[in-house]
Design a protein. Structure first.
Length: 213
């Protein structure tokens, strides 16, 4: 079956934001008595819903974080992103060379997605094709966000390809019945539960893979 649409994750797939976000999280949680390394934050929180991340931090701390913790973390991320965020190598050329419709579907809030795409020069390529979990109430690994994106684009799920760099995202794509490209940079293992998931090492290879599918 041919691929008629591509659904991109944002963080770690189109923009190189994950280490920056991990650093911001470490900075924000430190005053509350918790020390984390970037590696720990990456393994524990990559691709997860923010509320679940906060709940895990609170379990480790043994107490509730203040109500302004998440807004403070979001604000610090935005500050760091404006200063240091870059697109993933090959992201711009990839969207320029795709010959099928594409969109971005992220677990982050819309303002974060738009900021990330804006500071990296990718926003004009997505325009009104941005889908956020916060707007439909469905977070990966639930397939709802991807199914919603496919419905809006009027493409059958089986004819959509998902590009994801996290286990929850890969699982969501598999659950949606879509072709899944697991974007694995630097030989970092990406565990998933689905057969037939394709490994993508270079984002720039995607247009050719889509055409030849």
């Amino acid at each position: 079956m041919t691929i008629d649409a591509v659904i991109f994750d944002c963080d770690g797939t189109l923009v190189d934001s994950e280490t920056l976000a991990d650093e911001a999280l470490i900075e924000c949680v430190r005053p509350h008595g918790l020390e984390l390394t970037v590696e720990e934050a990456h393994v524990r929180f990559r691709g997860r819903k923010m509320a679940d991340c906060v709940a895990e931090l609170e379990r480790q701390l043994g107490r509730t974080l203040p109500a302004d913790f998440v807004p403070g973390f979001r604000a610090r991320c935005a500050e760091v992103f404006r200063d240091r965020l870059r697109a993933i190598d090959g992201a711009l050329a990839t969207v320029q060379h795709l010959r099928v419709p594409y969109c971005v579907a992220s677990s982050g809030p819309r303002e974060k997605i738009e900021l990330s795409l804006g500071v990296t020069g990718l926003l004009p390529y997505f325009k009104d094709r941005i889908f956020s979990s916060y707007e439909i109430g469905s977070w990966k690994p639930d397939p709802g966000l991807f199914l919603h994106a496919a419905s809006v684009m009027r493409v059958a799920p089986a004819r959509c390809a998902v590009v994801e760099d996290s286990a929850p995202g890969v699982q969501a794509g598999v659950a949606a019945g879509m072709v899944v490209f697991a974007f694995m940079r630097n030989d970092v293992p990406l565990h998933h539960g689905g057969d037939g998931v394709r490994v993508l090492r270079r984002l720039g290879d995607l247009p050719d893979l889509v055409r030849s599918h």
